[in-house]
Design a protein around this ligand. Sequence first.
Ligand code: ADP
Ligand code: MG
Length: 276
Amino acid sequence: MLAAMSIPPTDQVPGPAIHVQGLEKSYKELRVLRGVDLDVARGSIFALLGSNGAGKTTVVKILSTLLKADTGTARVNGFDVATQAAGVRESISLTGQFAAVDEILSGRENLVLVARLRHLTDPGAIADELLRRFSLTEAGARRAATYSGGMRRRLDIAMSLIGSPPLIFLDEPTAGLDPEARIDVWQAVKELAEGGTTVLLTTQYLDEAEQLADRIAILHQGRIIVNGTLAELRRLLPPAKVEYVEKQPSLEDVFFAVVGEGDKDGQDHKTRSSEK
Ligand SMILES: Nc1ncnc2c1ncn2[C@@H]1O[C@H](COP(=O)(O)OP(=O)(O)O)[C@@H](O)[C@H]1O
Ligand SMILES: [Mg+2]
């Protein structure tokens, strides 16, 4: 979790919440991003989908000013990530792949601490409201060390909402969570977007992108190879190609194999997991 100040969603400059063009990034010889372009509309949930090592975290780090791109431009809430880092940081909050809560403190104390750091009035009331919103009221007085993975992740997301940033980055928000905890986190993310927050999340899970995202972009070999709504993505596929699921499918294989079959309600991913 990182810098979120009190810029209410109404304070936004026009244009997309995130605009990325020609982003390139290498780690020495390893060319991770080879020209990434994407736009994220305000108030939407955008899923950056990619297999392990595709460069999702690299994109998030660049967008949150933790890492500099080699070339290309990125604007977040209207601010250039390279030249207006402070504006970007005031517009966003970042929840990383590994929960950043203080284990020794209680859930409530974690929230109060962040609210104090942000110089907000009545940190206790803010903490109580967030505990309620994330179904952590009963656990609020307990040390975070005793929380399950899902509770910890919800607390982490709650902490990153303090100060109401208009944009939130969630890097693999449900990695390592059990199915029930994943659904809880999904619910929390949906509520965020309903409240007007723009959410950019990364995931390796097709069902997560399906459940949550207004738009899905697939990051593959350093580029966005597909970008659209789920319905648009489905229309890209010739039905004849959907015939089998390989035993060790790449993300792309899984995608092409599963998209286009089943119905569009929440049940179809169950069918899919039983096919793997
Ligand atoms: N600081 C770094 N130095 C060298 N290689 C890195 C560094 N960070 C990430 N990588 C490599 O870059 C690739 C993309 O990493 P990452 O953005 O973390 O992917 P993802 O989040 O999609 O799993 C991986 O091959 C990873 O090993
Ligand atoms: Mg990552």
